[in-house]
Design a protein around this ligand. Structure first.
Ligand code: ADP
Ligand code: ZN
Length: 339
């Protein structure tokens, strides 16, 4: 496989999913490109950055904020980066989100692409064009939707990915299986983390399957008027938990998916919550957690997906079939308090 191209409303994105980072030179001119990465990725893979202009950020979600955006823009001005500059985010979801955001506003927009280095970024964060930053407790409060010019994968990066970040990525993979791909769900039930961490082929195939699943879903509904909302499965409660309890994103949405499964039992006749919870636990993700329901609900109400007194909540009809249901905040609060 050389290159796949996917058309979106304003651009098309080229996917190079089997070439590796050395191929980046064929995709973008080295002199007019600036790579943006974080300290962890840079320190573990400094060799791969040789010869490239690089901005290195501090790692972690707590730096996905406006101050980092300002600092990156200052560096770009210092480097005299102009309209023909390409920015390439080489890192996890934090790096790709910031890169996409800066590229969308710097000089009113320059070309950008991603080399996702975490499992989560490969299967989720780098795809779909959502970019932006957090504001206080609220995740992704500011940002826009703009598709990258290209996405390039190099599985070598996964060799240095910490165990907990593997688990983090599997939360989004399990999410994809729950909402859209029952066959993949069965595969995940049959396998374990070790299956994917052991050899190159199973993880490459899984990454490809998930990247394509998300890409096609986004293509059909780029601006989240309908079907794309399914990708928020586990996220409404998850985001509220993530900010208050300093969980990793994957851990937070895993708890969110657990609760969404039980809501689905009550509101959508779902009967397979036990299987979903088992798979989450199999991939070392948290499921039932005690949390301050009142407080979490208050943050959830502020979620950007709120629409007056009602909320669009993603539920499951069955494994592999997600649905969006409008629930009143009152009803939601009552059910969550009782769960
Ligand atoms: P996400 O989970 O959305 O990808 P981050 O960008 O915060 O979020 O990445 C998660 C963590 O994993 C960060 O600490 C990041 O520096 C680190 N990381 C990402 N890719 C690699 C890698 N290939 N090797 C080692 N650490 C990595
Ligand atoms: Zn997510």
């Amino acid at each position: 496989m050389q290159k796949l191209s996917f058309k979106f409303s304003h651009t098309s994105t080229d996917y190079y999913l089997s070439q590796g980072m050395t191929y980046l030179k064929q995709v973008t001119d080295q002199k007019s490109t600036v790579l943006i990465t974080d300290e962890n990725v840079y320190n573990a893979h400094s060799r791969r950055f040789r010869g490239w202009n690089t901005i290195v950020l501090k790692p972690g979600e707590e730096f996905k904020i406006q101050a980092t955006v300002d600092a990156v823009i200052e560096s770009l001005v210092g480097m005299e980066a102009g309209r023909t500059t390409t920015l390439v985010g080489v890192g996890g979801g934090v790096v790709t989100d910031i890169t996409g955001y800066v590229a969308s506003i710097y000089l009113r927009g320059v070309r950008f692409g991603f080399v996702p280095t975490s499992l989560l970024a490969m299967v989720d964060a780098s795809i779909g064009g959502k970019n932006g930053i957090d504001v206080g407790l609220f995740k992704n409060m500011v940002g826009l939707i703009r598709q990258p010019a290209f996405i390039l994968h190099d599985m070598i990066f996964l060799n240095t990915l910490p165990q907990v970040e593997w688990e983090n990525g599997f939360a989004e993979i399990i999410k994809h299986a729950c909402i859209k791909d029952a066959a993949m769900f069965t595969e995940l039930e049959r396998n374990t983390l070790k299956t994917y961490q052991g050899k190159k082929k199973p993880v490459s195939e899984l990454v490809l399957r998930n990247a394509l699943l998300k890409t096609k879903l986004v293509q059909r509904d780029e601006f989240e008027k309908g079907e794309r909302r399914l990708l928020n499965f586990g996220h409404t409660l998850g985001h509220a938990l993530e900010n208050q309890y300093e969980l990793l994103h994957g851990q937070a949405i895993s708890i969110g998916m657990t609760y969404a499964c039980h809501l689905s039992e009550q509101l959508a006749g779902f009967k397979q919550a036990g299987r979903v919870v088992s798979v989450l636990e199999k991939y070392h993700l948290p499921t039932y957690a005690s949390f301050n329901k009142r407080q979490v609900f208050d943050v959830m109400k502020m979620d950007k997906k709120r629409e007056l007194k009602e909320m669009n909540y993603v539920l499951l009809n069955k494994i592999g079939k997600g649905i969006v249901k409008t629930i009143s905040l009152k009803q939601l609060e009552k059910i969550i308090q009782e769960l």
